[in-house]
Design a protein. Structure first.
Length: 243
């Protein structure tokens, strides 16, 4: 399955159970670039717009670049988010049209040389390129147990690809690269835990392995829930390159 299509049957779960991003991780993208309301940001692989809406809440106009029609269709509207049927390698945006190019939970799906070339084309002078990821903080017992369960059932190497993607951003221009980390907690009820797994394209869905995985997730929820929910502890990682 192509990278573009692998989320086509997971958009509803993505909307229901993917975490947002701390405002601090957005501020580090735009601080020092001027009045936030005058800025434009290209959000690569915007999915269902979770990251785009957080950016827009800080003031910038956001071009949500998403090639998957079902993901775009599942997005909630926002007056400062403009949806674009494009890819990281071919955004369709004009040259020198944005101040920031950012990929949230998406840079591992990008052809990196082509994506960097396109980012340089659409960035204004003095702009920024960044990759941002919510990763599990497995110092927390529930989060560690969840991580162990999904890695048991993973059907490809997406988690390794994510780690490699962050490292790839840092090599674009090491002297002008900075890394930031922010705590992030995502509260989930029982259904949310199951939908969180269903939103991951590297986990099984609607087969015997998926049923076994969800049975284990049910047991984890029973063990760790408090007042009907669990907290998934995350670290939001930001690698930012000033161009």
């Amino acid at each position: 399955m192509s990278f573009t299509e692998r989320f086509s049957d997971r958009a509803d779960s993505y909307v229901a159970a993917r975490p947002s991003y701390p405002f601090e991780s957005i501020d580090v993208l735009i601080d020092g670039l001027g009045d936030s309301a005058s800025l434009a940001v290209a959000d690569l692989g915007a999915g269902t717009g979770i990251s785009s809406r957080v950016i827009a809440a800080r003031g910038p106009l956001v071009y949500a670049i998403e090639p998957n029609a079902k993901m775009r269709a599942a997005a909630a509207p926002d007056p400062r988010v403009r949806w674009v049927d494009g890819t990281a390698e071919a955004t369709t945006l004009p040259a020198a049209s944005v101040d920031v190019v950012a990929a949230f939970q998406a840079w591992h799906w990008v052809d990196h040389p082509a994506g960097v070339a396109e980012a340089r084309r659409i960035l204004r002078p003095g702009g920024r390129l960044a990759a941002l990821y919510n990763e599990r903080d497995e110092r927390d017992p529930f989060t560690a147990a969840y991580g162990a369960t999904i890695m048991k059932y993973a059907i490809d190497n997406t988690e390794e690809r994510r780690a490699n993607a962050l490292a790839a951003v840092a090599t674009i221009d090491p002297a002008r690269t900075q890394r930031f980390e922010y705590g992030n907690v995502h509260q989930l009820d029982r259904g949310g835990v199951h939908q969180r797994a269903d939103s991951s394209s590297y986990l099984p869905k609607a087969n015997e392995a998926a049923r076994a995985m969800h049975a284990e997730l049910d047991a984890l929820f029973d063990k760790y829930e408090h007042d009907g929910s669990v907290d998934m502890h995350l670290v939001t990682l930001v690698v930012r390159v000033d161009t």
